[in-house]
Design a protein around this ligand. Structure first.
Ligand code: G1P
Length: 299
């Protein structure tokens, strides 16, 4: 039976095997998922989001040069002892938190053949259950619990649930784009079609797929036979299009997100994400906000 699983059974899958070419040379020897966003690596925000949604089993799909990710979530007793001796409880707490986040597993992708291929690598670990996929380039503000809403919708309907967000039509070519129908519930739409990174004029709407998915195990069989699509890669969007087109299945629905999302996928957006998150924080905001105003006036 599809869906209707308890939250405890849902595992999270975080693909982190991309090459990070947009951040070269910073990502020559370091995975892009380890780039700091204020004082935490980007991937830690994503793992925290899964844990906050009640998921305690996380599988990270890693590629070459990605050992730093696994090292980050390991505990470093000598560092903890040092901080304890110094009485630096604030830092100690933050370090312990980074190692105390449920069960984190790793599997390697081997060859970078696309997001669909990366997700397929999770098959053995996930088994015959629904699971969540979280993409590290999209950070969702912890105050706007998108994944929790998606998991609730999945439990109610048994359907595939994806996160959608309205974007400027000029940007839709950077995303999967969805054709949708209203359901009668605000912010919740039926997805009738999906296209990966269409040109503006071919896009079915300006509703972009942002990197959060709650998927049924049936997606694995589809991914096994999904041919390379856009960019010569096996696209998750193409497999989801098949689920959306299956009139006998529970279908694909979208939660339209209106909250705070930070894109860390390219350099300018990454810088904006850091500035926004830091300016909002109680420890850094009071110093940063007046400085930002003054700086903006000088531009
Ligand atoms: C991936 C997906 C795309 C989605 C995007 C969200 O693309 O293929 O459908 O809209 O993530 O961030 P990528 O940005 O990895 O090329």
């Amino acid at each position: 039976m599809l869906g209707f699983v308890t939250q405890q059974q849902i595992k999270a899958v975080i693909p982190a095997a991309g090459l990070g070419t947009r951040f070269l040379p910073a990502t020559k020897a370091m995975p892009k998922e380890m780039l700091p966003v204020v004082d935490k690596p980007a991937i830690q925000y994503v793992v925290e989001e899964a844990v906050d949604a009640g998921i305690d089993d996380v599988l990270v799909i890693i590629g070459r040069n990605k050992n730093a990710i696994a090292n980050h979530f390991d505990s470093v007793p000598e560092l903890e002892v040092k901080l304890m001796e110094k009485g630096d409880t604030g830092r100690l707490e933050r370090v312990v938190k980074s190692t105390d986040m449920g069960d984190i597993h790793y599997v390697r992708q081997g060859e970078p053949k696309g997001l669909g291929h990366a997700v397929l690598r999770a098959r053995t670990h996930v088994g015959d259950s629904s699971f969540a996929v979280l993409l590290g380039d999209d950070l969702i503000d912890a105050r706007d619990p998108l994944l929790t809403t998606m998991l609730d919708k999945h439990r109610e309907t048994g359907a595939t649930i994806i996160a959608l967000m309205e974007v400027d039509p000029d940007s839709i070519h950077m995303y999967g784009a969805a054709a949708v129908e209203e359901t009668g519930t605000d912010g919740f739409v039926k997805v009738t079609g999906l296209v990966e990174k269409p040109a503006r004029e071919d896009a079915p709407s300006n509703l972009a797929v942002i990197g959060r998915y709650v998927l049924p195990p049936a997606v694995f069989d589809i991914l096994e036979r999904t041919e390379p699509g856009k960019g010569g890669e096996i696209q998750l969007t193409d497999a989801l299009q098949e689920l959306a087109a299956d009139a006998d299945g529970p279908g694909v629905y979208g939660v339209v997100f209106g909250g705070r999302r930070y894109d860390t996928g390219d350099r300018a957006d990454y810088i904006k994400a850091i500035v926004q998150l830091a300016a909002d924080r109680d420890d850094l905001g009071p110093e940063l906000r007046p400085w930002l105003k003054e700086f903006a006036e000088r531009l």
